[in-house]
Ligand binder design. Structure first.
Ligand code: C5P
Ligand code: C5P
Length: 451
């Protein structure tokens, strides 16, 4: 059954590829619009690399999200083909009215039309075929499917980087991600081996452990002091580098860390041909994520497009800054806690640095067992007259019926805002003056979802 669904998705992607090819053959510049997070940057990387490899040209813009204003701007543009990555499924009709034809390569659930009646566009989204766009394929994966008929197996690694960026890896890949992984390993583009998943092996151990967020190590990630105490307690010098440990010490440390979080030891996926900083797909995704969080999307995209010098240095610096902000943020939530309602909990901030990382802090708050995992975490970042919202919950809560994408979409629309996303992770924007009403409504909606 799932196989059949993937087949339908592939057919749709092939249709998109034919449209892309038609335009490339006519030497049209492809207008690419993508999301500014790790998955969106990887997706833009996939399509832009594919276009270049075919000898074509593109004009790319990264945006935080698609809205009426961006679409108004795009409707003035006279391109023959628009290519939307990681967005667009919520605006199918509007996109159908653009001056050129369009391809939408998205993986978000949507309440909008399917686009089947639109003659000027091809809509590729796993949800249209009953597949899961939250776990089984990311935007970079969907985008990869649209160029796969052009023999782009070299882009399978980047297609999986986006899946890591969107946290779709959970003890393995599933669905379309797994299909892409199989293709990648068979072609030798990606290799798999088992290893300890700590942030670095050539930094003092206490730092390497405190900087490990994927997977999170409760009591240690984000907390250099506790990381030192942990190492002292098990009798390993905290300043030593992992690479300098004796083999028995490495095993001993691994054993202790595995007791805290078994996911700390597992499969590592790497691109053997890549430069060391980007070789591990999860590290690659983290660097792109850090570029996104620092609002330096161009650096992230340059990395994806093959810039191997200054862009990587910059990306690595952003990552180290990002990790420091996470440590500060984790301290903040450990100190302040959340504001709990009956069915959800809130984190409110006006702090400039925290605002950039609220979604990640919500996830980490749950994973590090600082916040109650039984209530979705809704973060609220004040931006002048608006509040930017990020919601995160667990697989367990989604299995109980929680769907944050629908909850935030419905609640924000009731107060002149906009929102959406996935069941497990979603976002919205609402006017600040409606904040209290919005908070109550989200609590009410989630209460109906779990009952
Ligand atoms: O826009 P988009 O769909 O790409 O973003 C999904 C967001 O959801 C990412 O920020 C990703 O990190 C987050 N996510 C999460 N936990 C999951 C799955 C996704 O926090 N289990
Ligand atoms: O911004 P954040 O990382 O919290 O977004 C989580 C998910 O919610 C993403 O998939 C994003 O595309 C979606 N979202 C949305 N509308 C918004 C904000 C976020 O669909 N206004």
């Amino acid at each position: 059954m799932t196989h059949k669904k993937q087949h339908y998705l592939l057919n749709r992607a092939e249709e998109a590829c034919m449209l892309l090819k038609e335009h490339l053959d006519q030497d049209h510049v492809v207008r690419v619009i993508s999301h500014n997070d790790a998955d969106g940057i990887s997706a833009a990387g996939v399509i832009c690399n594919a276009i270049s490899q075919e000898g074509g040209k593109f004009h790319v813009t990264m945006v935080p999200r698609l809205n009426e204003e961006t679409l108004d701007r795009l409707s003035q543009e006279k391109y023959e083909l628009f290519f939307f990555c990681d967005m667009g499924s919520g605006y199918v009709e509007r996109i159908g009215r653009l001056k050129g034809q369009a391809i939408i390569a998205d993986h978000h659930q949507t309440m909008d039309s399917t686009g089947d009646d639109e003659e000027t566009l091809v809509h590729v989204n796993p949800h249209l075929f009953g597949l899961d766009g939250t776990r089984d394929v990311s935007a970079s994966g969907v985008t990869y499917l649209t160029v796969k008929p052009l023999n782009k197996v070299n882009l399978t690694g980047l297609a999986l980087v986006g899946a890591f960026g969107d946290m779709q890896y959970a003890d393995g890949f599933s669905g379309v991600n797994q299909t892409i992984l199989t293709e990648a390993t068979e072609a030798g583009v990606v290799e798999e081996h088992e290893d300890l998943k700590i942030s670095s092996k050539d930094e003092p151990l206490y730092k390497a452990l405190a900087h490990t967020f994927q997977p999170a190590i409760p009591g240690i990630s984000g907390n250099p002091e506790k990381s030192q105490t942990f190492l002292e307690k098990i009798g390993i010098s905290y300043g030593i580098k992992f690479t300098d440990l004796a083999n028995e010490e490495k095993d001993f440390l691994t054993e202790h860390l595995t007791r805290i979080n078994p996911k700390i030891f597992g499969s590592i996926y790497s691109m053997p041909q890549e430069t060391p900083a980007l070789r591990n797909l999860e590290d690659y995704a983290l660097i792109l994520d850090a570029c996104g969080k620092n609002k330096n999307y161009a650096v992230g995209l340059s990395i994806c497009l093959g810039e191997r010098k200054s862009a990587i240095t910059e990306g690595v610096e952003f990552l180290s800054k990002y990790r420091e902000s996470l440590i500060r943020g984790i301290r903040w939530i450990s100190r302040e806690g959340s504001q709990e309602m009956d069915y959800v909990q809130y984190l409110y901030t006006e702090d400039k640095e925290n605002k950039k990382i609220m979604g990640t802090l919500a996830s980490l708050g749950i994973e590090l067992e600082i916040l109650n995992s039984q209530k979705p975490v809704i973060t609220l970042s004040r931006m002048h007259n608006l509040v930017k919202i990020s919601g995160r919950t667990t697989l367990e809560m989604t299995q109980k019926g929680v769907n944050l994408g629908f909850a935030l979409e419905q609640a924000s629309k009731s107060f002149n805002g906009a929102g959406g996303g996935h069941n497990i992770a979603a976002g919205a924007v609402v006017p600040y003056k409606e904040l209290e009403n919005f908070k109550n409504l989200v609590n009410d909606i989630v209460s109906t979802q779990v009952s």
